[in-house]
Design a protein around this ligand. Structure first.
Ligand code: GLA
Ligand code: ZN
Length: 646
């Protein structure tokens, strides 16, 4: 496991560089990430390039045996470029160009911007092609599926639609534009969804295409840079760093043509009461590994108290810096780059803390980081080890987009059930993969397919075949609802999943923040929340019924035999124990190697290399834990990771 840091030589007096490099070496830092915002120092005036300062910085790290990841600086065009070409800025939803003053306010499809971005990218790639210390590239920084309303994006959107539909008539039919007299008679009438009204007022089919287009647009931008980097600086793997933001590009497409995944990981420093967000770190890590089903990097990792976009928060508690980096490793990250080496003394982010404080005096966080670096060096035997999972959870960006476009009921969000299922299986000590819905399902025993909302080619067929051959499928409400255009399917729900689930809904009742008792066959009472499919079994057996409201007595959770397999259908959004119960039942039936009785917030991950397995036991809590694991007394300090070999 390799530990790195983000470093900004351009922000620090040169007298600090060597001292920093020496301290990094002594601490055990193996890799340094550089230059993602440094365009104004790399091309201070149009066409005048200056790499000398970066060469010097790289030489200092290289001389100490450290590797470098270089970033293309295209998220921050320099002021001379904005002055000369003000038209390169991102345009807001109300049609006004973004004002300068922060960062990333360029339109990634503006041809003038692209010309300059190509040039700086190519210059850097060529310049560093023979620098062995440069081991990889990060494209731009935290690219999002920007919703830009500039003329180029509008023209691009029309072209994208033309390629998809061929004629305006086809598009009108696909969108159902007859509603509200929205039929186009020419491509030029098509605009992105301007204005201040919420997106929910727009045609959902049109909106889903707009989200898809925005995602494709940024994917095209990063692929363009990747091609230049690969051609001019061969042999260096290329990535881009993503995060879970409001406008996520489709990560499966985003990384399809990049060499490896990287992800920015900032776990909350203040632990939530219900523990949900604690397990969500593990969920996000499993999801990022699942994008390519390969080891991945953390390109930015929590190092100090957050602050700057928000008032300052608590710093990482003792144990978090080491524990969260090792947690990432347990879930398949093989490199973790901390953000950042030292807290900025200048600029907007001076309160987003790094490993060292402004004083430059190593403190508690730094000592813990040094300890992490020492531990990381003892893990080379596990580097590259597999993570084999019997359980998979399917994710689809089109579902995420469609739920954003049309909120289903108060408090409902797509990820909740994925996370609850993930938590339920994780709490049993099982590895879980979170994978794209198009991935092959071979090798899994249980596949959770929550909220299969928007139809996607081949997905229901593959789930059906998986169950038929003996797999267990866990389906939930809001499946089979939409066709691929995001129009409603005219069949009783769960539509294409009805036969598989052996059940259908005679009515559905969105209940928002209310809850209704849910009674299981053995008398256990739990809660149904947010959504109630009022179910009538075709072939399924009833596991739980609603015990309230006018549909009391109707089925809510069912289990069906399909072919050689089993299919659960959860017709509501339950509280956590609903998922725990179903997960435990399914895992037991599938005879998976569960470890029941792990205390809450204790996670167990297993990595396998050849015949040997290594288990990672992590306490994601500020309380110590004492419990028995397979007959052995275990104690875990707050945020401690125990690594058990053998
Ligand atoms: C993101 C960015 C960084 C920095 C941090 C902290 O992850 O990529 O450049 O801004 O947030 O705010
Ligand atoms: Zn634009």
């Amino acid at each position: 496991m390799k530990i790195g840091v983000a470093y900004y030589p351009e922000h620090w007096d040169r007298s600090l560089w060597e001292k920093d490099a020496d301290r990094m070496l002594a601490t055990g830092v193996k890799l340094v990430r550089l230059a993602e915002f440094a365009w104004c120092r790399l091309e201070p005036r149009e066409g005048e390039f200056d790499f000398t300062w970066l060469d010097e910085a790289i030489a200092l790290f290289a001389a100490r045996g450290m590797e470098v990841v270089l970033c293309t600086p295209t998220s921050c065009p320099p002021m001379w470029l904005y002055e000369k070409h003000p038209e390169i800025v991102h345009v807001e939803k109300d049609g006004t160009p973004t004002r300068l003053g922060i960062r990333s306010h360029r339109c990634v499809s503006n041809p003038v911007f692209l010309r300059y971005a190509d040039r700086i990218t190519k210059k850097m790639a060529l310049h560093y092609a023979n620098e062995p210390a440069v081991v990889g590239w990060q494209i731009d920084n935290e690219l999002e599926a920007y919703q830009c309303y500039c003329g180029h994006c509008i023209a691009g959107y029309r072209e994208w639609l033309k390629a998809k539909y061929g004629t305006v008539e086809n598009l009108n039919r696909a969108y159902g534009n007859v509603v509200w007299s929205g039929e186009y008679t020419s491509w030029t009438q098509i605009t992105p969804p301007y204005g201040s009204l919420p997106h929910a007022w727009q045609n959902p089919a049109y909106m889903l295409d707009f989200y898809r287009f925005c995602s494709d647009n940024v994917v095209a931008f990063s692929n363009r840079q990747a091609a230049q980097l690969r051609r001019l600086c061969p042999g260096r793997p290329v990535t881009t760093n993503v995060w879970f933001c409001g406008h996520m590009p489709d990560f499966y497409r985003q990384f399809a043509d990049l060499d490896f995944i990287s992800y920015d990981n900032y776990p909350a420093t203040r632990l939530p009461q219900d523990g949900e967000s604690c397990y969500s770190h593990a969920f996000h890590l499993d999801m990022m590994r699942g994008v390519k089903r390969k080891p991945f990097w953390i390109m930015e990792q929590l190092s100090g108290g957050k602050g700057c976009w928000m008032p300052m928060e608590k710093p990482p508690q003792p144990g978090m810096i080491k524990g969260y980096a090792l947690q990432a490793f347990a879930h398949g990250a093989d490199t973790v780059v901390h953000f950042r080496w030292r807290t900025a003394a200048i600029g907007a982010e001076m309160h987003w803390h790094g490993l060292l404080d402004h004083s430059d005096v190593p403190g508690r966080r730094f000592e813990e980081f040094a300890d992490l670096c020492r531990t990381a060096q003892t893990l080379s035997d596990v580097q590259g080890a597999d993570i084999r999972s019997d359980v998979a959870i399917l994710f689809g960006f089109e579902n995420e987009y469609a739920f954003q476009i049309q909120p289903q009921t108060e408090g409902y969000y797509y990820l909740e059930q994925l996370q609850r299922l993930h938590r339920a299986f994780t709490a049993l000590g099982l590895n879980v993969d979170v994978i794209g819905q198009h991935e092959p399902l071979e090798g899994y025993r249980i596949v959770c397919a929550p909220e299969m909302y928007v139809a996607s080619p081949g997905v229901s067929e593959r789930l059906t075949a998986f169950a038929d051959q003996g797999g267990t499928v866990i389906l939930t409400a809001r499946s089979g609802v939409k066709d691929a255009h995001n129009n409603a399917c005219m069949s009783q729900l769960p539509g294409v999943y009805r036969q598989l689930a052996g059940v259908h809904a005679v009515e559905y009742v969105p209940i928002g923040w209310d809850s209704i008792p849910l009674q299981f066959e053995d008398g256990t009472r739990l809660d149904a929340r947010q959504w109630c499919d009022v179910l009538e079994p075709d072939t399924a057996q009833v596991l739980a019924r609603y015990a309230g409201d006018y549909f009391a007595g109707a089925a809510a959770v069912t289990k069906n035999r399909y072919g050689k397999g089993t299919v659960y259908y959860i017709g509501t959004v339950g509280t956590q124990p609903v998922y725990d119960r179903i997960a435990a039942g399914a895992a037991e039936e599938a005879a998976l190697p569960m470890i029941p009785g792990l205390p809450e917030r204790v996670e167990l991950c297993t990595r396998t290399k050849g015949e040997s397995t290594v288990r990672f036991l992590f306490n994601n809590d500020q309380q110590p834990k004492r419990f028995t694991l397979e007959g052995q007394e275990m104690t875990l300090a707050p945020f401690e990771m125990k690594i058990l070999r053998g």
